[in-house]
Ligand binder design. Structure first.
Ligand code: IMP
Length: 194
């Protein structure tokens, strides 16, 4: 069965924009607003992406796409990783998470880090498609730029020109980002899917 339509498991408008920019020609439906929070209780990005995609697929009876992303900082032994959304505390805002990272990294000379995204599509017949994308970069010493979301304002991708993701347009970010890469790998698999 060719997949021409899917429901997003995310209500994050930044993520939704990045997803739509890559998945051209696919009819992308928003996350049902009445659907409650899905607890991300998995031990890995893949488990959490599958958990979210399956929950939305079960609710809508349509193919559902979820992503789960982690920031892995070398000097912190790969933290926050799968716990990136709740790094400062369990109900942390983006600003609190960013402040927490900057504080922990205050006296660190090794600023290397990477973003990892896992995309999962859950299909009503029980099948799944999984794709992964990564980008390496450095944690800035202070926030720069107000585009994007999450940790974008403190992440300087290695393949960029020294700007943080927070200083880039959504198109620029997508061309080198973890999510852009995962989505392109996912889209390639989707085109071959019958
Ligand atoms: P989740 O994938 O929505 O669970 O995101 C985990 C954490 O990473 C949250 O704090 C997000 O704000 C952050 N995050 C996810 N994707 C990105 C991104 O593309 N840039 C910066 N931060 C992100």
């Amino acid at each position: 069965m060719k997949i021409t339509e899917l429901v997003l498991a995310t209500a994050n408008e930044h993520k939704a924009r990045e997803i739509k920019q890559v998945l051209m020609g696919i009819n992308i439906l928003p996350r049902p607003s009445e659907l409650g929070e899905i607890d991300e209780i998995g031990d890995s990005l893949e488990e959490n992406a599958l958990l979210k995609a399956d929950a939305v697929k079960d609710y809508t009876k349509k193919a559902a796409l979820a992503d789960d992303t982690g920031l892995e900082i070398d000097a912190l032994g790969g933290k926050p990783g799968v716990h990136s959304a709740r790094f400062a505390h369990c109900l942390a805002s983006d600003a609190e998470n960013v402040a927490h990272v900057l504080k922990l990294m205050e006296n660190q000379s090794n600023r290397q880090a990477k973003f990892v995204t896992v995309i999962a599509l859950s299909i009503p017949d029980g099948d799944h498609i999984i794709a992964k994308g990564e980008v390496r970069g450095e944690i800035a010493f202070e926030e720069t730029g107000s585009n994007g979301f999450g940790y974008d304002s403190i992440f300087i991708p290695i393949e960029g020109d020294g700007r943080t993701f927070g200083e880039m347009s959504s198109d620029e970010k997508n061309s080198i980002s973890h999510r852009g890469r995962a989505l392109r790998a996912f889209f390639d698999q989707l085109k071959d899917f019958d």
